[in-house]
Design a protein. Structure first.
Length: 679
């Protein structure tokens, strides 16, 4: 308040003196300049600009003050956000060779701030030139210790903005230790020293040592807003690592409510908050931060996995089971699950299975110490049926394949599938040798090509994974169809072979949809007393088995993996009427005889599009080479992130179009699809 009164007193004195007719024109111009200085000190920038302007327009201002008047007008316009006028006047100072170096530095620093506010690419150049001007000013010798300390302080600010952090810290420290800085700048210099010291320590092997300097910088209240947000973000991470939950929460909240955090830092702060609330049992407060962090898609893989898990468990503890099931499903996906601890995986599975009402085999919930041992035993039994016992080397190879290629959850699904398919058929559902004939061809391919396990993990549909547990035949059948398709698009086979397998897979994919429509119709009519005892996947199995028999009667090849001896109950058999069987078979044949356009669309825009495109690229690398090179050059030349994203989308569209054209060409060269039968 005292300083404000002093500025007001200076303004009043000058205004009362200006009307004096005894003043010379030069004295009047000098007083108008001093009035601009007083208004600037009082932060009345509009009046300051007008006063400086009048001093210039009098044409009587001393030449050595003209650059200072231009700087005063430019700075006033900058403070009032009149950026165009600010740039004009500040550039006048920069272009005036006779202007003092410290004034050149001040003008360049102000231009750096201007360009930063207007997102101009010239800001760093301006800060660099400002630092150079201050360095020259100091090198030439200032003479006055206070002016030298001020110049070194301004040099430190310019170096910081230009990104020369270590040099900036040194300049701040030198200016502060000189003892000639005013108290306000001394406090700011010390704050900046502590802030950058904290950052340096955090980046070293001693991140906890950065706690005190960063806390000092934040508590001082002298950090720029963007640096304060970043310091709070760093403090939140440090406190979290030290299990200081209350301090971490406060720091993350301050960071998020501030300005200047990068999008990734903001996402990580939200993740930190969610973790704090989840770990402390404040589940209602954990939900929004986890969701916000997930939606950014900027978290690293580990934090993304824990966010899905934390969100799911928080929702579950709030009684929101449906949303919890969805979040935990994401947590258990292959790319996320590998970061979770075993007990987390178990908890997530139990909650999901309870929600879905599934009957789960003990092995799937890790009820045994080493479920691989049971799976290996089952495999040995199955191979033994076919006269091909699994020796020690084979067991070791399979065990290594499991470790390398099959994620834990899918391993359990696959293991449960084998266990239940084998045990149920042996107990009461058919002949062991027929079972071996159906399963061994598929098992052989998986056994000798362990990478198929990755295909299973990434492509098998969720309902078929559940079917592996509850109705193993349905799960087994789809896995076999997927492996057939994988066979055809692996290695050096032609596109034609892949197209044949694609038609078969598309045809088999028709059956689940057709059965779902049949059951929906039957339920609406409510004319079948056995209907409500029917399990959809078992209805699907029976139709697939019957259609497979009819296909073989027509001279077509047998679908692999379809169990042939499965005496289903009356609730299933009652749906397999001659009319329904005829309609289902015709739906399959229509899919097999799909037009070229339909098959191209399914292959290039359907569930297996990425795999098909990879296969086409492997067969025809030259066709894609030019497009890849062209778009790589465009991405490199792009100047903005949005531009690069747009170019990458264009690249994806171009690759899809090349895939479409090559697929269409291969279809035109392939033998025509067999016509539908009349049965």
């Amino acid at each position: 308040m005292m300083a404000q009164n002093q500025h007001s007193g200076v303004v009043t004195f000058i205004q009362s003196t200006l009307p004096n007719t005894a003043l010379s024109d030069g004295d009047r111009a000098w007083l108008m300049f001093q009035l601009g200085e007083a208004y600037t000190s009082a932060q009345n920038y509009t009046a300051a600009a007008a006063s400086y302007q009048q001093s210039l327009e009098s044409n009587n201002l001393s030449p050595d003050l003209i650059p200072s008047a231009n700087y005063g007008i430019g700075n006033a316009h900058l403070m009032n956000e009149n950026y165009g006028a600010a740039n004009d006047y500040l550039m006048r100072v920069v272009r005036t060779r006779s202007a003092p170096q410290n004034l050149q530095g001040q003008s360049l620093y102000a231009l750096g701030n201007l360009y930063k506010k207007t997102d101009s690419i010239g800001s760093y150049q301006a800060y660099n030139r400002a630092a150079q001007a201050y360095e020259k000013y100091l090198k030439d010798g200032v003479g006055d210790p206070a002016l030298e300390a001020q110049a070194r302080y301004d040099l430190a600010r310019s170096l910081y903005e230009f990104g020369k952090t270590e040099e900036a810290v040194t300049a701040f420290r030198t200016a502060r230790e000189s003892g000639h800085l005013d108290p306000e700048r001394t406090a700011i210099a010390q704050t900046m020293e502590q802030y950058f010291t904290g950052l340096s320590l955090y980046g070293s092997a001693q991140p906890r040592d950065s706690l005190d300097p960063l806390r000092f910088a934040v508590d001082s209240g002298n950090l720029p807003k963007n640096l304060a947000s970043h310091a709070n973000y760093m403090l939140g991470k440090i406190h979290s690592s030290m299990d200081n939950a209350d301090d971490a929460e406060k720091s993350f909240l301050n960071a998020i409510s501030g300005v200047g955090l990068s999008p990734t830092q903001a996402a990580e702060a939200q993740f930190g908050l969610g973790s704090i609330y989840h770990n402390s049992g404040q589940y209602d407060k954990a939900i929004d931060p986890f969701r916000t962090a997930i939606d950014t898609r900027l978290l690293n893989e580990r934090d993304q996995a824990f966010s899905h898990y934390g969100l799911g468990m928080s929702l579950f503890n709030q009684g929101r089971d449906n949303a919890a099931n969805q979040a935990l499903s994401r947590a258990l996906e292959n790319q996320n699950r590998k970061f979770l601890q075993p007990e987390m995986i178990t908890d997530a599975r139990i909650i999901r299975r309870n929600y879905e009402g599934g009957r789960v085999a003990d092995a799937e919930l890790y009820g045994e110490s080493d479920p691989r041992e049971r799976l290996l035993t089952i495999l040995e039994d199955i191979y033994g049926i076919g006269g091909k016992p699994l020796d020690d080397a084979g067991s070791q190879r399979w065990d290594e394949a499991i470790d390398q290629h099959l994620p834990p959850e899918t391993f359990q699904v696959f293991g449960t599938l084998l266990e239940r398919t084998y045990s149920e058929n042996n107990k009461d559902r058919g002949d062991r040798n027929l079972l071996a004939q159906d399963m061994l061809p598929v098992l052989d391919r998986v056994f000798h090509h362990p990478d198929y396990l990755e295909w299973i993990a990434s492509e098998v549909q969720p309902d078929s994974q559940r079917a592996c547990v509850n109705q193993p035949m349905a799960g087994w059948s789809q896995l076999a169809a997927l492996i057939d398709f994988h066979d055809a698009i692996s290695g050096n086979q032609s596109l034609t072979e892949g197209l044949t397998a694609a038609r078969a897979l598309r045809a088999r994919d028709v059956i689940p949809t057709w059965v779902a429509q049949l059951l929906a119709s039957e339920r609406r009519n409510a004319n079948n007393p056995h209907l409500y005892n029917a399990v959809e996947v078992e209805v699907r199995n029976e139709f697939e088995r019957k259609i497979n028999e009819l296909r073989q009667a027509d001279g077509k090849s047998k679908w692999s993996g379809v169990q042939e001896v499965i005496p289903y109950a009356a609730s299933i058999q009652s749906l397999v009427t001659p009319g329904n069987l005829r309609d289902a078979k015709q739906a399959v044949e229509r899919a097999e005889a799909a037009s070229h356009d339909e098959l191209v669309e399914w292959l290039t825009n359907g569930p297996y599009a990425a795999h098909w495109q990879a296969h086409v690229r492997r067969m025809h690398p030259d066709a894609f080479a030019n497009a890849i090179e062209l778009f790589a050059d465009r991405v490199e030349a792009a100047t903005t992130e949005a531009g690069r994203v747009a170019i990458m989308r264009g690249r994806e569209a171009a690759m899809e179009e090349i895939t479409r054209n090559l697929t269409r060409t291969a279809l035109n060269q392939a033998p025509p699809a067999r016509p539908m039968s009349r049965s």
